[in-house]
Design a binder for this molecule. Sequence first.
Ligand code: CA
Length: 231
Amino acid sequence: MEGNITQKSVKVFLVEDEDKLRSTIEEYLVMSGYVTECARDADGVLGLLSRSEGEWPDLILLDIMLPSMSGFELLKQIREKSEVPVIILTARCSEEDQLRGFALGADDYLVKPFLLSVLKAHIEALLRRVNGNSRRKSYGIISVDREGHKVFVNGEEIILTPKEYEVLNFLMINEKIVLSRDRMLDEIWGVDYNGTDRSVDTIIKQLRLKLGDAGRYIDTIYGTGYRFEVK
Ligand code: CA
């Protein structure tokens, strides 16, 4: 994932009601290699909410003080639909406002006036953070696409049931940590599930089979449970 992130036509959606600021930011983003889309108020954003997942931007820059509906309210509605990274842009700089933004699911916060170069640095840092977390992550010969719930071994996709995926993902997230069957039952099947250790063992057995060479990454810890470790 090296190289300049802006080379991959990243789509940035800018919501800003001040015409001059909006065009200044837009111009700078385009110059920096981003594909941009702008909205001046809530109406423009509400159109975004009805889009299918593939048509969402890669990042949203959201002003808070907007004419009809506040950016906070919009953020709430955005978060009901999508985990798209959001940077709040606002002249409001009280601690309370910042905390409210984060509580509603903002990823970052920039207080006006800001330098365009600083805005760009925030965008790039956030995209790096998000891509590192959600795009394909590798564990030895296994790689996982957490957005698409897809797992690949040596680059070839293996088809898992939802439960198998959940168990494998839970093991990978807790790499090198011994997980008891009880904890796995609680966290994956839910505390109300009255399953037995056998439920876990069965899934692990299927997983090892499907993972082939990578099946050896799942260790059985005698008397306890399982541990995922690349070797
Ligand atoms: Ca404004």
